[in-house]
Design a protein around this ligand. Structure first.
Ligand code: 4AD
Ligand code: MG
Length: 432
């Protein structure tokens, strides 16, 4: 049986004159009569192959000359140095087999964003998309490594729920047999219930938000990495976040340089990402924004424009702490020093990228929580089980949610969050 080499292994330890076998897809091809120059792509890279009439059976040469872009092929041949070829080597082909021919590929060099989205199932083969998916996988692997080392237990919360964790406005409602239910916005409340046995837990799940606005940082379905920690206050929560995020970025810098380069992302922009991150109280942020000319008062939430202004000159992520209550959800712990605010923090990515994490210490005082719910008109009944957590051995605890695609967008330097996920779901799109 033929043993096929990956393109990466061929180019990283080339043996000139050596016999090789590889398989992949036609990435580019041009022909000048008796010779076909093709570039093949596999999951690891691209390599030039030269197919010369006479070096292989005629029917195979004809098949090579006819092979369209994205056809899948197997080739055998010998490696030769060639300065002009990507990677400095080419394969001179002695045999070739087309495995699956491709129809004319609908995506050519200049395409509208709409056409690319309609053909997402084909566009995700592009080298940029491939690089983004590899960086994303490495970020997730980096997170899981760090979480394992720090004794967090991965748990699997439900997606069907009857609780609005982050408020009613962005809930996706659905019919659950004879009842109403929602798609989960956040696993937080379920994670809170799991700290009583496991103390430090995390989950990586899809979260759903019926975001009607079209922005470059909102999806209706995104991947949410959430942590919940017993015996940890808001400061401890921030320490966990800065270490986790730094470990994720460090793994990408160790293992995905090539992909960052392909994405035109300067790794130096990420090398400064090391703990501790700056902590700035919301009230200072408001002063700063007013100095920058924003017409904003204590109590207003920070939008994309504000977050851009806060972080455009920063080189590392920044925590904005102690938001006023009207900006945040009822489950957060009230500040002892200033009852107008919560013990919470959002982590904003530098260079204008903005919010990547939302987190807080949780309210454990049942009376305060009930009063807050009443003020906000939140019914108790659906939260009966959640409130119970404050009745059976409650402990101080904190947690946060990290938007995986938000982190990918920042680390890869993407303009739009849709390119951080293979099949983006937005208000305008659920196909393909
Ligand atoms: O700030 P959020 O709404 O916080 C929560 O859901 C908490 N219950 C999490 C927790 O404490 N366990 O969402 C958390 C993060 C945001 O910081 C952002 O990165 C991301 O989720 N996010 C989105 N990402 C993509 N598209 C959307 N529509 C998003 N909404 C939030
Ligand atoms: Mg938030």
């Amino acid at each position: 049986m033929t043993s096929f080499s990956s393109i990466r292994s061929l180019l990283s330890a080339p043996c000139p004159g050596g016999e090789v076998a590889l398989r992949g897809w036609v990435y580019r091809t041009r022909s000048s009569g008796r010779i076909v120059f093709a570039v093949l792509r596999d999951s690891t890279g691209i390599i030039q192959v030269t197919i010369k009439k006479g070096n292989l059976p005629d029917d195979q040469f004809e098949a090579a000359a006819a092979a369209s872009i994205e056809s899948s092929v197997e080739v055998m041949g010998t490696m030769h140095q060639d300065e002009r070829a990507p990677g400095g080597y080419e394969v001179r082909v002695s045999s070739l087999r087309v495995i699956g021919t491709a129809l004319p590929f609908p995506i050519t060099e200049y395409q509208s964003e709409e056409l690319l989205l309609d053909n997402r199932h084909l566009w995700i083969r592009s080298r940029e998309q491939t690089a983004v998916m590899k960086v994303k996988a490495t970020l997730l692997a980096g997170a899981r490594e760090w979480l394992e080392e720090n004794e967090f237990v991965e748990v699997t919360p439900p997606i069907f729920t009857q609780n609005a964790c982050e408020g009613g406005v962005t809930l996706f409602k659905l019919r659950y047999f004879d009842r109403d239910a929602f798609l989960s916005q956040s696993a937080q409340m379920y994670l809170e219930s799991l700290i009583f046995s496991l103390e430090r837990v995390y989950s990586i799940t899809p979260s759903f938000r019926a975001e009607k606005s079209r922005t470059s940082r909102h999806l209706t379905e995104y991947w949410h990495m959430e942590l919940e920690e017993a015996w940890v206050d808001n400061e401890g929560n921030m320490r966990i976040q800065e270490e986790l995020v730094s470990a994720m970025v460090a793994k990408v810098l160790r293992e995905r340089r090539e992909e960052l380069e392909l994405l035109d992302r300067d790794p130096r922009a990420l090398e400064a990402v090391r703990p501790p991150f700056k902590r700035v109280p919301y009230s200072k942020i408001i002063d700063l924004l007013r100095e920058k000319g924003f017409d904003i008062d204590f109590g207003s939430d920070l939008g994309a424009a504000e977050e851009r202004a806060i972080t455009e000159d920063e080189r590392t992520p920044v925590f904005v702490t102690d938001f006023p209550k009207e900006c945040k959800a009822f489950y957060m712990k009230e500040n002892e020093e200033d009852a107008r605010t919560y013990k919470c923090a959002d982590l904003l990515a530098p260079h204008g990228f903005g919010e990547v994490i939302g987190g807080s210490e949780r309210e454990t005082d049942l009376g305060k929580m009930l009063r807050r719910m009443e003020e906000l008109g939140i019914p108790q009944e659906p939260y009966r089980w959640y409130l119970d957590l404050r009745r059976f051995g409650s402990v101080p605890h904190s947690g946060f949610g990290l938007g995986v695609e938000r982190i990918v967008k920042w680390v890869c330097g993407l303009d739009h969050i849709r390119d951080a996920i293979p099949y983006p779901r937005t208000v305008a799109r659920v196909y393909p």
